[in-house]
Design a protein around this ligand. Structure first.
Ligand SMILES: [Zn+2]
Length: 273
């Protein structure tokens, strides 16, 4: 009796989900088609995907390697081109054209699985990404990459930015500490990689106007948040929007994101079966 009831519920849930997906597919096509006609082709909004971990650990920040692979395959099959933050900036500041269907793939923190699991998948499709490092963890903590791995990915076209030295939420510390995090991570990256990082991602996504100013003063050209959205010519260069991608559609977070951005996620094939 109980299991019969559960089956009925599951069936209803599946039907509701299919109807929902069908409606967003229909909606999306219309939006995309309308947009192509209404807007000059040079103005596009760019999705910046934000991953953390790509591994089999059941963690809210993880995406399974097989799902990550499917997402990369989808982007490849559908003609997306990965762009670097320099390309993004040239577009936002000077209107320099981007490749067709641009997408930026970013990872926060610098976990070892980015190198071990995401990198092979992306390499296969000629994709590159941008990784924001917690510099004090690199080469110091087994869960994170080491500098040799970072350099190897850099040679393959990946870009590395700062995510502070210690993953400090900059709004929670005083100005001197915030500066130490911004400058310390910058200088360590310069020592290890031979060039100053040009981009920054806010740990925990928190920032305010003073923090934006401190990031700018430390020499970063732009900074990325976890504020949901696509980046376009109106975006604040020190508060760029991203689209978080998480593992499970059953978690509230994932549900929330899908609910609020179903159209875009569907377009990207991120709403999964
Ligand atoms: Zn982080």
């Amino acid at each position: 009796m109980k299991s019969g009831h559960r089956q009925t519920c599951t069936l209803i849930a599946v039907i509701v989900m299919l109807l929902f997906i069908a409606s967003t597919v229909a909606g999306t096509r219309a939006v995309v088609a309308g947009r192509d006609q209404d807007k000059p082709p040079s103005i596009v909004d760019i999705p910046i995907l934000n991953y953390h971990k790509v591994d089999t650990i059941h963690h809210s920040l993880s995406v399974l390697p097989e799902n990550f692979e499917k997402q990369m395959a989808y982007l490849n099959d559908n003609g997306f081109h990965t762009i670097t933050p320099d390309q993004l900036m040239a577009y936002l500041k000077f209107g320099k054209p981007l490749p067709e269907k641009p997408v930026m793939i970013t990872f926060d923190d610098g976990y070892l699985d980015n190198y071990a699991n995401a990198f092979p998948s992306m390499k296969k499709y000629g994709f590159t990404g941008t990784i924001f490092l917690v510099t004090a963890k690199i080469g110091q903590d087994q869960r994170f990459m080491n500098w040799d791995q970072v350099r190897e990915m850099q040679q393959a076209g990946f870009v590395f930015g700062s995510h502070t030295a210690n993953h400090t939420a900059l709004t929670k510390v005083d100005a001197a500490q915030a500066e130490a995090e911004l400058v310390g991570s910058r200088d360590e990256m310069e020592r290890q990689l031979g060039q100053k990082p040009r981009y920054f991602a806010y740990p925990t996504g928190t920032y305010n106007l003073q923090i934006e100013q401190a990031v700018r003063q430390a020499g970063y050209r732009a900074a990325f948040t976890v504020r949901y959205g696509q980046v376009g010519p109106d975006s604040d260069l020190y508060a760029l929007e991203r689209i978080p991608i998480f593992q499970s559609e059953n978690t509230f977070r994932s549900f929330f994101i899908r609910l609020n951005g179903a159209t875009l996620l569907e377009r990207l094939g991120m709403i999964r079966n």
